[in-house]
Write a protein that binds this ligand. Structure first.
Ligand code: F6P
Ligand code: MG
Length: 444
């Protein structure tokens, strides 16, 4: 098979990868340190003197981490003995072998994807090594704040959803398709709201996204919605309830806050319209890339929606809690999602997760980081097909819903990339553009 191009590396001074690691990551680390410091009193109240010691220790580990990054020190093995410590350390050896043994793998002499993931894992280590505060989510404040700041848009979406559900039984297939396509786009543009690209700056959704979908259409560079739809329809079987539905759609979540709500709304529509019987969500086991969803964020968001004093908001929240209770919705997490691997490594390196995804009729991958891992974060030509860039990854039919925030984009028409570069040189990283990109392993 064709040898894949090299990974996106950091050494190109001035490249987006380089600037991310030089500027954005230290800013994120400084914010983390500041957050821990601001919570000093809380730690004291909860754990007394031990809490204060833990706060000091964690801050000193994080300052050391920031210094290692800024002075291009070697990437160190992890020492915290969590379930994924071994795979992380093995990955470091793998990286060292790939780079040759003359020089140690260091922050700026590494693939971008690898060091960026590594930083978040090291932040987690700094807390894990200080047991009384090891559960403290350093990104929690930002995530909850972005949810509250988006509350108007959240309520507008909930109201819209409840409106659809009133007569969903009477809709024709083409009307259902229209709604499906609309809610897929809402979930797609929800991905604009992540806190990692803005280094933790405010990044919420103020207005209802439904009104701007038409004007955003031209920014969708690849739109495979029809192929996704056909897959869902052709997966329909007669279920126990006497209804024909696809059995299962999995959503590999990205960010908490507004984006998560757009995913929940899409998931509710899939279940309540009978397009899918069950939805399985996949989140992160540790705080990750500032705003990614953990189990706590997932539950918190549903509880919070339920408790809102908005009629349709709380109705949605109650419904979502009900889906979870009845097992129509399930939440899973797996350490593989917070490792640096390309997804083509999933089958050998996390066979249990691969097998889980094989049970889905369709898997939706949300966001930019998932796209980077789907395509291996490599320097592909823009015209290389998505199928090729996946390099054999295909547990089930899958679709990426991603706004572009990194220098990798495949599956474009000849000339499309060049044209974009001439019109808007930072099109790959400014978050204005998006793709809905589908792959069906069964049709290969
Ligand atoms: O460079 C911005 C960045 O940190 C990327 O590394 C990462 O892919 C992205 O932000 C996170 O975006 P998302 O939340 O869509 O995965
Ligand atoms: Mg994210």
């Amino acid at each position: 098979p064709l040898l894949p191009p090299k990974s996106l590396w950091l050494f190109l001074i001035g490249s987006f990868a380089y600037l991310t690691v030089r500027d954005r990551l230290p800013t994120i680390l400084t914010k983390v340190i500041d957050t821990i410091h601001r919570n000093k009193n809380k730690f004291f109240e909860e754990y007394g003197e031990e809490g204060i010691q833990a706060e000091k220790q964690a801050i000193s580990l994080l300052s050391k981490l920031r210094n290692e990054l800024q002075t291009d020190k070697p990437v160190l093995a992890l020492t915290d003995g969590l379930v994924d410590t071994e795979p992380w350390n093995q990955y470091l050896h793998r990286q060292q072998r790939l780079q040759g043994d003359q020089e140690p793998v260091s922050w700026f002499k590494s693939p971008w994807l690898y060091v960026e993931c590594y930083m978040y894992r090291r932040i987690h280590e700094a807390l894990l090594l200080n047991p009384p505060i090891s559960d403290f989510d350093v990104f929690n404040e930002g995530k909850t704040q972005s949810f509250f700041e988006s509350s108007q848009a959240v309520m507008a979406l909930c109201t819209y959803l409840e409106g659809i559900k009133k007569n969903v039984e009477e809709l024709s297939e083409s009307q259902l398709f229209e709604l499906f396509s609309k809610l897929v786009q809402v979930s797609l543009w929800g991905n604009k709201c992540d806190l990692s690209i803005s280094a933790g700056q405010e990044n919420s959704q103020k207005a209802s996204p439904l009104d701007s979908l038409n004007s955003l259409q031209t920014f969708i560079l690849v739109d495979d919605t029809k192929r996704v739809w056909s897959t869902l329809i052709s997966a329909q079987k007669l279920g126990q309830s006497g209804k024909t539905t696809a059995d299962r759609v999995d959503i590999v979540l990205d960010n908490a806050g507004f984006e998560l709500v757009t995913d929940l709304v899409l998931a509710d529509f899939l279940v309540s319209s009978g397009l899918a019987r069950q939805i399985h969500f996949h989140g992160k086991t540790i705080p990750w890339f500032v705003s990614d969803v953990t189990a706590k964020d997932f539950q918190w968001t549903i509880r919070q929606t339920m408790a809102s004093n908005h009629k349709w908001g709380s109705k949605c929240g109650v419904q979502w809690q009900g889906y979870l209770k009845d097992g129509l919705w399930r939440y899973h997490d797996h350490p593989f999602w917070t490792q640096p691997h390309e997804f083509c490594d999933m089958a050998p390196d996390a066979p249990d997760l691969y097998a889980t995804l094989q049970g889905a009729d369709l898997v939706l991958f949300k966001g930019d980081l998932n796209y980077r891992k789907l395509t291996g974060d490599r320097d592909w030509e823009h015209t290389v097909s998505f199928d090729t860039a996946l390099r054999g990854f295909g547990p089930a039919p899958l679709c990426s819903l991603r706004t572009l925030k990194a220098n990798v984009q495949v599956g474009l028409q000849p000339g499309q990339g060049e044209k974009l570069t001439s019109q808007d040189p930072s099109w790959m990283t400014n978050g204005k553009y998006a793709v809905i990109q589908f792959h069906n392993p069964k049709s290969e």
